[in-house]
Ligand binder design. Structure first.
Ligand code: DQA
Length: 146
């Protein structure tokens, strides 16, 4: 099973970015935790980060060939990007929306997700553990396809 983790803008700053909200772990720390868990469940994972909306769109389009599930933290593009929504809807690959913070307990502009309606599910509010929960959800999804 192959799971692609895509991370959007400003997530490269994790560790120093608003630690009261996002904690002190870097994206590399989170990747290491995901890789450790992936080896337990027998999944192949890849982690990518970009600050560019179009790059996320391209990666989601490309995920059709070669990846079973995409775990997507679209960061701020979650709340604004029709292009990402269209890419997810058009790609056919199951996408799990993930967030470190509980977006529903924050500013009202974070309460709406442009992409949730075309994702298989949403996990938010558990810090780095959100990524582990998303990995487990991805495994469950692919098990269901067998
Ligand atoms: C985030 C939540 C978004 O609202 C925010 O723009 C981010 C990170 C999260 O993981 O909690 O950049 O996606």
């Amino acid at each position: 099973m192959r799971i692609l983790f895509l991370n959007g803008p400003n997530l490269n700053l994790l560790g120093t970015r608003e630690p009261g909200i996002y904690g002190r772990q870097t994206l590399s720390d989170i990747e290491a935790r995901v890789r450790a868990e992936a080896s337990v469940v027998g999944a192949t994972v890849e982690f990518r980060q970009t600050n560019h909306e179009g790059e996320l769109v391209t990666w989601i389009q490309q995920a059709m060939s070669g990846w079973d599930v995409v775990v997507l933290n679209a960061a701020a593009y979650t709340h604004s990007s029709i292009a990402l929504r269209d890419a997810i809807a058009g790609s056919g690959v199951p996408v799990i929306e993930v967030h470190l913070s509980n977006v529903h307990s924050r500013e009202t502009f974070r309460h709406h997700s442009m992409i949730a309606g075309v994702c298989r599910g949403v996990i938010a509010g558990f810090g780095p553990e959100s990524y582990i929960l998303a990995l487990r959800a991805a495994v469950t999804l692919t098990d269901g396809q067998k």
